[in-house]
Design a protein around this ligand. Structure first.
Ligand SMILES: [Zn+2]
Length: 119
């Protein structure tokens, strides 16, 4: 079973910083339009496992599709750091772009295919 660890991370220019706790057991490899075009790989966290440490004032919100997922981008460097949304049962969830975790090696993560294009 993967270890639960605390990670730090942020956007490219460094204005947006976060801390999160996750086992990275489920990381998406999704074929939807935004994940494909932006190269996004998400892991999903309870809001209590994610703390924005800096940059709340530079975040820009990007909404599309049914506007259910609120993507949060750094207004300066454009990196999509995380998104806020709701699970099917209505619980709040944070979708974290794992590429924003400090020192992450994408090639070492186990990815779970998600057929977002056809949902
Ligand atoms: Zn930035």
């Amino acid at each position: 079973m993967p270890d639960v660890r605390t990670f730090t991370g942020g956007c490219h220019c460094g204005q947006v910083r976060f801390e999160c706790t996750t086992d990275l057991a489920m990381v998406t490899a999704c074929n939807c339009s935004i994940c494909t075009k932006k190269g996004l790989h998400f892991t999903f966290l309870a809001p209590t496992s994610f703390q924005l440490r800096a940059g709340g004032d530079v975040l820009k919100e990007y909404l599309f599709n049914q506007r259910a997922i609120k993507h949060q981008l750094c207004a300066d460097c454009g990196v999509a750091v995380f998104a806020r949304g709701k699970r099917p049962d209505g619980a709040e969830v944070v979708a974290l772009n794992v590429s924003c975790i400090d020192g992450i090696e994408l090639s070492k993560l186990v990815m779970t295919p998600v057929d977002g294009r056809n949902r």
